[in-house]
Design a binder for this molecule. Structure first.
Ligand code: GH3
Ligand code: MG
Ligand code: MG
Ligand code: MG
Ligand code: MG
Length: 296
């Protein structure tokens, strides 16, 4: 191998006792299996400060800090960075605390008396790998595989979050016009390309908290938080104008499509399905009135 060294794993070590911090740092930086870079914080406050300023790959957290209350420290760290894998350090005979920390989202625990280079290396490396896998699984479950857009599951979660906090909200349902013809004329691969193209236009137009998802085949749902009907109509109209004027190209095929939109405002007590049902009725009106238009 010609000078290709693996990227160092950056560890935030949160430990109030200088001697222990020194020992752990020495073990980690001298171990041969993995290359660690250690930043040390000697209090929870200092750790939170460091986390807001720097990126770390993993956190090694002492649960006995002067300004932290045991497992509550873990919660505070996770509030600053919910994605950061955490391995907690516990007292020698406190397996219960270690297990409780895992239940609260820590990736692993290491009893202080058992610390060795091999054990720490394994624990920290597995913590990072497991967390990455978990985040990947969570992302896959919420993503539409064809377009890379949020899927229906993610839409449902976003709706529940937004409906709690928004004073007003609208939902638009966008459906590509005569999409079956695209497949029939040019084949499914071109159809798929058109779906990705439209998904990109919708995503690019989704600013200011607007959240769009692929709802089904050639239908997309758009949540417009803090938007009244007028704003929502304006947004949807601009969107279908951009779709109408956009050239879609794939190898020797060049085509254009249009889309229709139905909009409704979310009313108190609505479930996502209730609001979508009304959007769908409006969408049907848009189709019946000649397509390439927005109806409420
Ligand atoms: P309308 O204007 O009334 O919406 O007509 P339409 O042809 O768009 O609607 P219809 O419901 O008749 O047809 C939708 C088509 O979308 C049929 C289906 O094969 C196609 N479709 C659904 N999902 C996909 C997909 O993932 N890829 C491709 N290529 N086609 C898809
Ligand atoms: Mg301590
Ligand atoms: Mg449809
Ligand atoms: Mg249809
Ligand atoms: Mg359609």
């Amino acid at each position: 191998m010609l000078g290709i060294s693996p990227k160092a794993i950056s560890v935030l070590l949160v430990e109030d006792q200088e001697s222990e911090a020194f020992m752990v740092t020495r073990i980690l930086t001298r171990t041969s299996q993995a290359v660690f870079e250690v930043e040390h914080a000697s209090s929870l406050q200092e750790a939170i400060q460091q986390l807001s300023e720097n990126d770390f790959d993993v956190c090694l957290l002492d649960l006995g800090l002067p300004d932290g209350h045991g497992i509550e420290s873990l919660h505070q760290i996770r509030c600053v960075d919910a994605r950061l894998p955490v391995v907690v350090l516990t007292g020698n005979d406190n397996e219960t605390l270690g297990l409780a920390a895992i239940e609260k989202g820590a990736q692993d625990y290491v009893a202080k008396g058992a610390i060795s280079g091999q054990l720490l290396t394994r624990s920290l490396s597995f913590a990072i790998a497991r967390q990455q896998k978990m985040l990947g699984i969570a992302a896959d479950a919420n993503t539409d595989i064809l377009t890379g857009m949020p899927n229906r599951r993610r839409l449902s979660a976003s709706f529940s979050e937004l409906v709690e906090h928004c004073k007003v909200m609208c939902i638009a349902l966008l459906d590509i016009d005569h999409f079956k013809r695209v497949n029939d004329l040019h084949g499914h691969l071109v159809g798929d390309h058109v779906l990705r193209h439209i998904a990109k236009l919708i995503s690019e137009s989704s600013q200011h908290g607007i959240q769009a998802a692929r709802y089904g085949g050639e239908e997309f749902a758009i949540l417009l938080p803090e938007a009244g009907l007028e704003n929502a109509i304006h947004h949807a109209t601009e969107l279908i104008r951009s779709i109408e004027s956009s050239q879609i190209e794939l190898r020797d095929v060049c085509l254009k499509v249009t889309a229709s939109v139905g909009i409704t405002s979310v009313i108190d007590g609505d479930q996502l399905e209730d609001a979508l049902r009304r959007s769908d009725v409006a969408l049907y009106d848009a189709k019946r009135s000649g397509r390439n238009q927005v109806c409420v």
